[in-house]
Every structure is written in C-alpha cells, then in structure tokens.
Design a protein around this ligand. Structure first.
Ligand code: UD1
Ligand code: CA
Length: 454
C-alpha cells in the first residue's frame, strides 16, 4: 500500500508564551517538528507534507534540509481545516498518516505498528489511543456497548461523565485518502470552539458504514502532546533518558546518566566512557574507546578513536585519533587536530590545523594558524592574528620549536626545524634550521640593593 504523511503544524501554541511557534521549540537538541518528521521517515514513509500557518517561515526554515513539502493554512480554523489544506499536496490514492507537530516522543516503531494494524483491519480510518491517568485536555474516545468506536469528544465539549473517560485520542491517525477528503467536505463548526475538528471526520466515516479502528497503545508516554514549557521539559527529560539507554545498550559507559545530556543525533562508538556533567550536542560523532568529561561541552564536532577530552569546550572541531585535550581547553570552529595532538590547559585554538603529534601544552592562543607535524608550542605563546581590522595567518612548518611566551605577529612563517627564543616577538619570517630571538640584552646593575639603602 502507498503511504503519505501529513503533519499538522500551523497552530501558534499560545501556552508556550513564546515569539516562536510551538513546534520549533527544541527537545533534546532538535525542534519538535523535526522529531516527528524523522520518526515518520524512519518508519518508511518518505512522502511528507507539513501544514504550516502561524510563523510559517520559521517552521519552513527548521525543516529546510528534510525534504518535505508544505501546505499553507492561512487561518487556523481547526485540525480538520488544517488537513483540508493538504489535499492538493498528496497523491489522491492510498493511505495518509496524519500526525501533530507537538508529540516529540513518538517512536518510528509505533508508527509502523499503526500502519500494519490499519492494513490488517482493512479499516478506512485508524486512531491511535491510550489510557492515561490524567486525561484532562485530550479528546476522549467514546465506545459503543460492543466496544466498537463511537466518536471522539473534545475536553471543551465533553459532559461530566465523558470527562471521566481515560482513553484519549493521540491525534495520530491513518486514513484512506479518498474517503477522508470526501468526509472533510461535510465537516461543520458547531462545537464549543467553533472549529473544524478533524475528530468529527471519524464519526462521519462511521455513520457511512466505513470501518473506524482504534489501536490502543500501551506506552502512554510516547503520545504525550507538548502544550507548554513544563511539558516540554518533561519530554526533553524522557528523550535524554532514552538516548542514554540506547548508547549504553550499544557499549558506551555513561557514569552518571542524570548529569549527562546527549542530543538525539549524536553518534558514539563502543567502549567510550562519558564522565559526569557532560553535554554533547548537535551532529557530533565520537569514535571508540574515548574518555570524555567530566564537565565537558561538545557541539557538532567529529572526534576519532582513543581521544581523551577533560573539562573542555569543543565547538565544531575535527579531532583525529589519539588526541589528548584539556583540562580547560577551548577549541573553536574550524579547528582540526591531526593524529596524536596534545592540547593542554588554558589553550584556545580557532580556525587552525595542528599537524600530527604536535603539542600545545599550556596557556596559548592559536588562531588562523597552519601548524605542521611534530611542532612544540611553548607555554604562553600567542598568535597575534588580528590588527583590529583584518585577520592574518601564522604558518609553523614541521618540527618547529616555539619558545615559551613567544608572540607570533601574523602574517608570519617559521620554516622547518627552526626555533624561537623564549619571550621573543617574531614579526618577520624565519628560515629553515635557524634560531630567531628578539630580546633586549639582559642588563645587570650590580650592588642595586646597597645603593638603594644608602
Ligand atoms: C487535538 C485533538 C484531540 C487530541 C489532541 C492530541 C482535535 C479537534 N482535537 O487537540 O482530540 O486528544 O489533539 O494531542 O483534533 N493545528 C493546525 N491548524 C489548526 C489547529 C491546529 O495545524 O487550525 C495543529 C497544531 O499546530 C498542532 C496540532 O494541529 O500541531 C494539534 O492542535 P492542538 O490545538 O494542539 O489540538 P488539541 O487541542 O491538543
Ligand atoms: Ca495538542
């Protein structure tokens, strides 16, 4: 059977009290709408239309690299009205999966289970439901005495005894496409909110002798809708727990999962150990047998095998195998550390390539530099890369030895195998195999103390 998906995401989400539309708020480092779109794709449905409306540019922007189409709902007249807007965007044959943009915990496996169930039941519509302790706010599933589906009643339209029903509508459905768009044309707005309720379509289909199936899902958490920031933090926490468990099951040691925050798309190899208070964000990839943390924050970086990073901040850097970093290092964007590099305490590196087995052990700033292999940069060395207007490059060729507290005034090159004397300010290029030293001769004034006492 052919499946397409429609994700409803045109609402504002007033209860978020935000300038941003609800569905772009992040949970575990990823906008809620992207969690849903990714789960749908993982379930094997690639034809996705997202219904946008409120702040549509912002929603479109966060989905820009996800290969989805958009349908616009200019005025938010209800979930039924939202689905109507997708009519021109989806193929009129087959089955449509309809989801909401605010359920970031939904798993791909559950979507698959629902698609299978819908086919097995030969249903025209299938609703995903769950029984929850506190159903307040959700639409409730009303069933006939023979347990078959009757209709959905919204919280605001429900009578007192209906409000006691604990089986809720998740807002996730499968529909026969031709049947649902025909039924949508019959929707009215005579309800407490004056909206076109998508839920009313189910009753219309049932009254036309079409089969409406209900799949009762046992993992209630997955279906939680996020409507405010308290619920967002709850979803965030659940997603992080899931990620930590998935990593541990795949061979990563996480010493203290409660203080470890790893975004959903992060990849970590086995036998890597994550120490407490560590945050790993974005599209970060970490190899096998690394030691990361404690108190380290890494985002969107690629890290090889056997790397040790202690108490450091790493942003958009590339770190090859067997590097040793920190404590207290700061690697900024476009830093590349080749195999076996050592970066020690209080070292900041920006937009620089550091060659194989080179060392920057203490207290340095290296910016806009090309550093060769086997280079040693002494403590307190600074690249003076900025004249207040422009940035300039420093080149240190293979086997260079930079003496402690050297200022390298860029643009400047120190050629192969050369040295600089400690405390020098190097303003001109240094040829190969040389020593460059820039230092006033030391002056010694004899009997200084005695003279002062006279
Ligand atoms: C909806 C269901 C309710 C279900 C609940 C599950 C209806 C009438 N009610 O209620 O039965 O229990 O979801 O979470 O469907 N949206 C639009 N355009 C609109 C209105 C909404 O695109 O005009 C989108 C929103 O952006 C959101 C989704 O539809 O992603 C759900 O809207 P929301 O207002 O949260 O519906 P609920 O009141 O939660
Ligand atoms: Ca909702």
């Amino acid at each position: 059977m052919k499946f397409s998906a429609v994700i409803l995401a045109a609402g504002k989400g007033v209860r978020m009290v935000s300038r941003q539309p609800k569905v772009v708020h992040q949970a575990a480092g990823k906008p809620m709408i992207c969690h849903i779109a990714d789960a749908v794709k993982e379930a094997g449905v690639n034809d996705i239309t997202v219904v946008v409306g409120h702040s549509k540019e912002i929603v479109q922007e966060v989905l820009a690299d996800r290969d989805v189409r958009f349908a616009v709902q200019e005025q938010q007249l209800g979930t039924g009205h939202a689905l109507m807007q997708a009519e021109g965007s989806i193929d009129p044959d087959g089955t449509v999966l309809v989801l909401t943009g605010d359920t970031p915990l939904l798993r791909a496996g559950t979507i698959k289970k629902m698609l299978d169930f819908h086919q097995q039941q030969k249903a025209t519509a299938t609703i995903l439901s769950a029984v929850i302790n506190n159903p307040y706010g959700y639409g409730r599933i009303l069933r006939n005495p023979d347990n078959s589906f009757d209709r959905v009643v919204e919280e605001k339209d429900a009578r007192e005894e209906e409000k006691k029903i604990q089986e809720i509508n998740s807002g996730i459905y499968c529909f026969d496409i031709a049947a649902v768009f025909a039924a949508l044309k019959k929707l009215g707005t005579s309800n407490a909110q004056g909206e076109y309720y998508l839920t009313d379509v189910l009753e219309i289909l049932k009254n036309n002798q079409r089969q409406v199936a209900v799949l009762l899902h046992d993992d209630v958490e997955e279906l939680y809708g996020v409507n405010d920031r308290v619920q967002l933090s709850w979803a965030e926490n659940k997603l992080r727990q899931r990620k930590n468990i998935e990593l541990m099951e795949n061979g990563v040691t996480i010493m203290d999962p409660r203080s470890t925050y790893i975004d959903k798309d992060v990849i970590i190899g086995r036998d890597t150990i994550i120490y407490p208070n560590t945050i790993i964000e974005g599209q970060t990839e970490i190899g096998e047998s690394c030691e990361i943390g404690p108190s380290t924050r890494i985002n969107s970086s690629v890290i090889g095998h056997g790397v040790v990073i202690e108490t450091s901040r790493i942003k958009q850097a590339q770190i090859d195998d067997d590097c040793n970093i920190g404590p207290f290092a700061y690697l900024r964007p476009e830093t590349v550390l080749k195999h076996g590099v050592k970066v020690g305490d209080f070292v900041e590196i920006k937009k620089s390539v550091i060659g194989v087995k080179s060392k920057i052990p203490h207290l340095s700033y290296v910016g806009d530099a090309l550093v060769g292999e086997g280079v040693n940069i002494g403590a307190g060395t600074i690249t003076c890369n900025y004249d207040g207007k422009n940035k300039y490059q420093t080149i240190l060729e293979d086997k260079v030895f930079i003496g402690s507290n050297t200022n390298l005034v860029a643009p400047v090159t120190v050629k192969r195998n050369s040295m600089t004397g400690a405390g020098s300010t190097i303003t001109r290029d240094v040829p190969e195999d040389s020593l460059a030293i820039e230092r006033a001769p030391q002056k010694v004034i004899k009997d200084w103390k005695k003279k002062k006492e006279d």
